[in-house]
Design a protein around this ligand. Sequence first.
Ligand SMILES: [Ca+2]
Length: 347
Amino acid sequence: MLKRIEMISVYNCICFLLRLKSVKFGMCLLLLALTFLPSLLQAGNLNRIILDTDISSDVDDAGAVAVLHALVEQGGNEILGMMVSSGDPWSGPCLDALNTSFGRPDIPIGEIKGQAVSHVSKYTQYIAQHYPNDLLGRQDIPEAFKLYRKLLAEQPDDSVTVVSIGYLSNLSLLLKSGPDEFSPLDGVTLVKQKVAQFICMGGQFPTGREWNIYQDAQSADYVLTHWPSPIVFSGFEIGKKVMTGKALRNASQNHPLYKAYELYNNLENRQSWDQTAILVIDNFEEGLSKYWDISPKGMVRIDQNGSNVWTRKKDGLHNYMIWNKQTNQIANIINELMLRATSISKY
Ligand SMILES: [Ca+2]
């Protein structure tokens, strides 16, 4: 869709230039336009990403942050902001320390306020206290759903990719939000207008009970019932079989990602639920067929204890990823991207 709009705009622009009376002036403008066309098109095609993470109790969130930065280095992706859905007070500073280590210290971070799912982490406090970051001790970290509203309001329509690798608490608050200083739209309308794709690590398919959903089943139910556009799910059964992390033994021992995995499980392999969801970003336009199959359209429903059921429905908004023989490759890809991310800055 974006590409089609951009090609029409470029065509209109060239038509305008050719109609100009001063041929010399018109030719100069045309040359300028052609010089900057590739970068303009690339900027227009950027995936504008907001990551929502419960970085705390498991280390795959830290790995997913690394994979995302590696994809940004590769080109075609931009990080607008990151949201923390965990009540762990060290999560935000730890996330900022990781972003700083990957060369992007100024990514806006929002966090959940008030009631939140909270667990003890093996690594967030250490990373927050031992690596440079701007969030340690700060009381004015924005509330996540407000930051969502600000970031979404600033973007072109139909341009944002939301990737959730934690609880759906922040997204539930976003959908329930009303007009404010950032946008006159309510949360559902704002999401419908700005979000092009939503990738959710959550659920087990076609039926099951999975952590990100059952930890805050009420929010998950609200989001899945009210989200106004399609959702792609990377389910428990996909990331469960993708073992990564041991390869980080080849990274610098001073890097916070190395340290996070060392503190978590002494650099043994760990399941890769969250990194797998990040990989969807770069494979979305290819119908998700590069590394996995995709289910037909359907709807996911959550019950009170956080179990989910997917049922096939012709006009359903919910697809889930299905393991195929190409999916076997993704552990190597994730390890390679995580390692590459650790070499972005010197540690
Ligand atoms: Ca997570």
